[in-house]
Design a protein around this ligand. Structure first.
Ligand code: S6P
Ligand code: ZN
Length: 197
């Protein structure tokens, strides 16, 4: 591996672009269909050939290795599936490591929970910094009708565990309600909505 040198990137707080970036990512509804509560709405959209981009992001050129601090922007588009707002898949870090989020534009909500059932939420707005302690799974939800843009930085050896979140779900869901949002207890773990036995 080349010896890392100090560098800087430029952030566009409105669009979330990070220049220069090394990798980018895109998640469509079909990449995370099981995450949404209203599986009839998911099936209706996908069978009609609609597969909206839920979120995108850009990675700075930082090694995913111990002692480093990778950082990336995420842009969650506005929208709902049924009445549930567009959101990230969410994950645990494989190694229980902390993370810091900084709101850049738009308005969102972070849903966080531990493996033993504690849950918290925090509003993510421009200039807010949200600390995710070790051991807390985290999902970010766009609760406005404009893109939600934020920066996140995490230890390079954190690793990402999406499977346990996909299997067990989050205990809180965020739905559109009266021009705002409502935080509801999840009806059942996401796995109940999977097709098949
Ligand atoms: C990484 C950090 C974020 C998310 C990004 C997309 O540890 O939590 O940068 O990767 O917001 O969410 P997800 O759940 O698809 O990784
Ligand atoms: Zn994370």
């Amino acid at each position: 591996m080349r010896a890392p040198r100090p560098f800087r990137v430029m952030l566009d707080f409105d669009t979330g672009s990070l220049t220069p970036y090394t990798d980018s990512f895109e998640r469509r509804l079909s990449d995370m269909a099981v995450a949404y509560e209203d599986q009839d709405a998911v099936a209706g959209l996908l069978s009609a050939g609609q597969d909206p981009v839920i979120y995108t992001g850009y990675d700075a050129d930082v090694p995913h290795a111990a002692d480093h601090l990778p950082f990336r922007t995420t842009i969650i588009n506005p929208g709902v599936i049924g009445s549930e707002f567009f959101m990230t898949k969410g994950h645990h870090h494989r190694r229980d490591t902390a993370e810091i989020y900084v709101g850049m534009s738009g308005s969102g909500l972070m849903i966080m929970q531990t493996r033993d059932g504690h849950a918290r939420s925090a509003e993510l707005v421009p200039s807010a910094a949200v600390y995710v302690p070790p051991g807390w799974a985290h999902r970010t939800v766009n609760v406005a009708d404009t893109p939600l843009v934020f920066l996140a930085a995490y230890p390079g050896d954190a690793g990402h565990d999406y499977e346990s979140v996909e299997r067990l779900g989050f205990s809180r869901r965020v739905h559109r309600r009266d021009g705002g949002y409502e935080l509801r207890p999840a009806a059942a773990p996401d796995r109940e909505f999977r097709a098949g036995p």
